[in-house]
Design a protein around this ligand. Structure first.
Ligand SMILES: Cc1cc2nc3c(=O)[nH]c(=O)nc-3n(C[C@H](O)[C@H](O)[C@H](O)COP(=O)(O)OP(=O)(O)OC[C@H]3O[C@@H](n4cnc5c(N)ncnc54)[C@H](O)[C@@H]3O)c2cc1C
Length: 423
């Protein structure tokens, strides 16, 4: 009953567990690992067959590295291929300005590690699978919730081998911004708009490319560059609804527009052969009015979709998982989980979420998102100009981005015995 498994039975399966977690993203897998380590029976359901999805945010923040350290996993984790960004920079008037500096943070690892998210998720899944009370079911798409006397009592999921029914003391919705769990639970969402979209593309990395872009090259007026080793993952921010117009102008005009804001040589844009080489992702900021109802809790993007500004979404998702693990492991183990326990998780994480989203909204309104003409993109956003004038602010920005508003620490002792080797 352990490990990263698929259901191989031809028939539908019924499972009884302590906690059923919907979604094997950063929030779901971290919570799965923490609860399993703390002796809770836990099942994580992930609709995809693997973790190989792009454009999900590659940043592992200092606070997440600190959590990994508290779990005794940081050394093994940092042997995986990654690049380190001790600061984030932006270009202003041809000069590289440090806009977020992590070098003075009160943690062991003072940098953001850029690592493809699938590596991070695989690592968490493998670590969690060392606990006999953990189970990960891939290709399990949660479709509905079981409700008994006004309380969520489990869920049903479709797998290639049939339907599975899980009965559990708690269902956690960690299924991201399009959460089925929160929709099925009828939790009310407060939306703060979908102001922009990001056009993602890959460009090759070559000798002579900018050095400072060990990670994001900073919000270079709406252009993001992520170092993926042998190529750049590039994000070009556009105003919502303008992609059709951009396409109408043609791929050559698009290459030109990207080239105008990119630090890479213009001929690199020739690699964008056609619209099949780019993909569009919607940016959204929203938040649940209440994160829970009896028997169910939402965390991560399912509770609060974050904008990519500051690259803090993964960080918040992990911090939610740590808080939930701290507050829920004991009552789940004891079988006396109450509504108050679920409300306590929201109370703990509500403030950092609201504060971060407020900051993102403020930064967004100071940012120019009319991407069509390079002329209109001249001049950095106000917050970057502020940091350029007062460099010490880059340490404050480093703290907010690197650690967030309320940093969580792993408080639950390890109770379950883990197997030694990795599966
Ligand atoms: C363009 C863009 C760029 C971003 N860049 C960054 C960045 O650089 N750094 C950063 O920290 N954040 C970034 N973010 C935000 C970040 O991606 C999210 O905040 C973060 O992934 C949230 O983690 P999560 O675990 O809550 O949800 P997700 O990562 O969305 O994971 C949810 C999981 O649930 C699974 N799932 C969904 N529905 C079901 C279902 N019905 N049944 C079973 N499984 C299901 C999904 O397959 C997925 O694996 C970015 C966001 C966008 C839009």
């Amino acid at each position: 009953m352990c490990g990263m498994t698929s259901i191989h039975s031809q028939y539908s399966e019924q499972i009884e567990t302590g906690c059923a977690i919907v979604g094997g993203g950063p929030a779901g897998l971290m919570l799965g690992l923490l609860l399993a380590r703390a002796g809770v029976e836990v099942v994580v359901l992930e609709k995809h067959a693997d973790f190989l999805r792009d454009f999900r945010g590659d940043t592992i923040h200092p606070s997440t590295l600190e959590v990994m350290r508290e779990l005794g996993l940081d050394e093994a984790f940092l042997t995986l291929p990654h690049t380190r960004a001790p600061k984030l920079s932006a270009e202003i008037g041809g000069r590289q300005i440090s806009i977020a500096d992590f070098s003075r943070l009160p943690v062991h690892h003072r940098f953001i590690a850029f690592m493809p998210q699938w590596e991070f998720l695989n690592f968490l899944a493998q670590e969690a699978a060392r606990y006999p009370n953990f189970r990960l079911i891939m290709q399990a798409r949660v479709e509905d919730l079981l409700e008994e006397q006004g309380k969520i009592a489990g869920l049903s999921a479709a797998t290639p081998d049939g339907q599975i029914i899980i009965r559990s003391r708690l269902v956690v919705g960690a299924d991201g911004r399009n959460s089925v769990t929160r929709a099925k639970a009828g939790l009310e969402v407060e939306s703060f708009g979908t102001p922009s979209e990001v056009v993602w593309m890959k460009l090759s990395k070559q000798a002579g490319d900018p050095q400072e872009t060990m990670g994001h090259a900073g919000p270079r007026q709406g252009f993001v560059l992520i170092d993926r080793g042998d190529y750049w993952q590039c994000g070009y921010v556009i105003r919502r609804g303008t992609f059709t117009d951009i396409k109408t102008r043609g791929i050559a005009a698009f290459r030109e527009a990207v080239s105008a804001v990119s630090p890479l040589p213009a001929d690199r844009m020739d690699e964008i052969g056609g619209w099949g080489d780019v993909s569009l992702l919607q940016v959204r900021i929203d938040r649940l009015k209440r994160w829970w109802r009896p028997g169910l809790l939402c965390i991560g993007d399912a509770a609060h979709a974050m904008s990519p500004i500051g690259g803090v979404g993964v960080n918040l998702a992990i911090q939610d998982a740590v808080a939930a693990g701290n507050l829920l492991a004991q009552p789940l183990r004891a079988g006396n989980l109450s509504d108050g326990d679920l409300a306590a998780v929201e109370a703990r994480r509500g403030f950092p979420t609201r504060a971060t989203q407020k900051l993102q909204l403020m930064m967004r309104s100071s940012r120019r998102t009319d991407q069509v003409s390079a002329e209109k993109r001249k001049g950095p956003p106000a917050f970057i100009r502020g940091i350029a004038r007062f460099p010490l602010l880059s340490h404050l920005a480093g703290r907010l981005i690197g650690l967030g508003f309320r940093m969580e620490h792993v408080r639950q002792p390890q109770i379950s015995a883990a197997s030694k080797g990795q599966d």
